[in-house]
Design a protein around this ligand. Structure first.
Ligand code: BEZ
Length: 210
């Protein structure tokens, strides 16, 4: 199945290291990050899971639930988590889906046969409280993901959801933002009585709303 931005994230029931979940119920009204890792007991994945566990408070702060998946079974994840705690210094503190029949990986098109027909690629899906897919990124197995970048995109998405602004290239939280094209100048004046910088009429720049 192909999943695209704006689609409803496919729902599923899964066994995880924290028990059975029904994905949409588990998400509730929160944002979510669903990510796949190619295989248990592999080095890059080990560092990724340890890093996510370390920065989980950052996801919590943004009301984002994190869940991982690989095509290995849950009992394998549980054994591997002991290694992750030992080598990365943080115990895995989010659920990991066991997907040995690849049913969920197939639902999200996480196996790319020309890369590998036995492992998933490193997929990331950010899902909004409306259950729509807001971000998709695909990395190769050999490159560990930049989870700080994923947090940055979540900050941008949450800002857009709240204030009808977009964020420019290399934006970081606190930096200037762009008034969305869907907002008329008349409405923008009400929202930004101090005005905005507009080097072009379509490029209206304001400080990040608080
Ligand atoms: C890793 O996590 O280190 C890895 C997994 C699959 C293929 C290559 C690297």
């Amino acid at each position: 199945m192909t999943v695209r931005l704006g689609d409803t994230a496919p729902d599923f029931t899964a066994n995880t290291t924290q028990g059975e979940i029904h994905f949409h119920d588990w998400l509730g009204d929160s944002w979510g990050v669903l990510f796949s890792h190619p295989k248990d007991f592999t080095p890059v994945c080990t560092t990724e899971l340890g890093y996510i566990a370390k920065i989980k408070p950052e996801f919590d702060k943004r009301d984002v639930k994190v869940i991982g998946l690989s095509v290995d079974p849950v009992d394998s994840h549980q054994r591997w988590e002991e290694d992750i705690a030992e080598t990365q210094g943080t115990a895995v503190n989010f659920p990991m889906i066991g997907d040995p029949d690849r049913s969920i990986a197939d639902l999200y098109d996480m196996v790319h046969p020309n890369a590998s027909d036995t492992m998933t690629v490193r997929s990331v899906f950010v899902i909004g409280p409306d259950k729509k897919v807001k971000l998709m990124i695909t990395y190769p197995a050999s490159t560990g993901r930049n989870f700080d970048e994923i947090l940055r995109v979540i900050d941008s998405l949450q800002l857009t959801a709240k204030y009808k602004v977009a964020t420019p290239a290399n934006w970081k939280p606190g930096g200037d933002v762009i008034i969305a094209g869907s907002v008329s100048d008349e409405d923008a004046k009400k929202q930004y009585p101090g005005g905005w910088k507009a080097p072009k009429p379509y490029l209206r720049v304001v400080p990040q709303p608080k």
